[in-house]
Design a protein around this ligand. Structure first.
Ligand code: AR6
Length: 169
């Protein structure tokens, strides 16, 4: 299987790149962002400061520093405001921006959290469709990309992701 749904702490994974669900400042926060900054060490915040932020739907690459992964790809998901504020396009744009970086850096293995599905409150049932369709497109179009982990920290999200992939037709 080239896609796995796993319930893990993303900061422990030994993959080429992990994805961070960041905010526009790129200066850290709660959720997965906080966990990544804590595990990567203080060099990460120094480098992020120099990046000067990131627009919603866009992505930036840094080294993984103290993490087992070589790279971190930081993306900024939309805050869910009911669906009428372009949230779907912005979330799709996050995945596309991430996979553009994957292509340009010849990344072979990557782990992604459920972008926007925590503090930013994007409905998981809607987000999983975007995540899986963009992951499949990347796997189909990028020969070097061999494996994608969809990382679910909490059990409810893990169930939604697992059910979706099992029943997807
Ligand atoms: N490993 C994997 N997934 C995790 C981890 C972890 N260690 N910790 C949390 N998750 P969130 P967002 C899951 O809130 O909704 C930050 O303050 C979590 O269960 O981290 O995009 C940023 O600075 C959820 O399913 O990101 C922004 O301000 C998923 O990761 C804001 O939160 C995303 O939840 C971004 O909010």
């Amino acid at each position: 299987m080239d896609i796995s749904v796993i319930q893990e702490d993303i900061t422990t994974l030994r993959v080429d790149a992990i994805v961070n669900a960041a905010n526009n400042s790129l200066l850290g926060g709660g959720g997965v962002d906080g966990a990544i900054h804590k595990a990567a060490g203080s060099k990460l915040i120094e480098v992020c400061r120099r990046l000067g932020g990131c627009n919603t739907g866009d992505a930036r690459l840094t080294s993984g520093y103290d993490l087992p992964s070589k790279y971190i790809i930081h993306t900024v998901g939309p805050i869910w405001k009911g669906g009428g504020e372009g949230e779907e396009d912005l979330l799709r744009s996050c995945y596309r921006s991430v996979f553009n970086i994957v292509k340009s850096h010849k990344i072979k293995t990557i782990a992604l959290p459920a972008i926007s599905c925590g503090i930013f409150a994007y409905p998981v049932e809607k987000a999983v469709k975007i995540a899986v369709s963009e992951v499949r497109k990347a796997l189909d179009s990028q020969k070097q990309l061999t494996h994608v982990d969809l990382v679910c920290f909490n059990t409810d999200i893990f169930r939604v992701y697992s059910d979706y992939l099992e029943n997807e037709k």
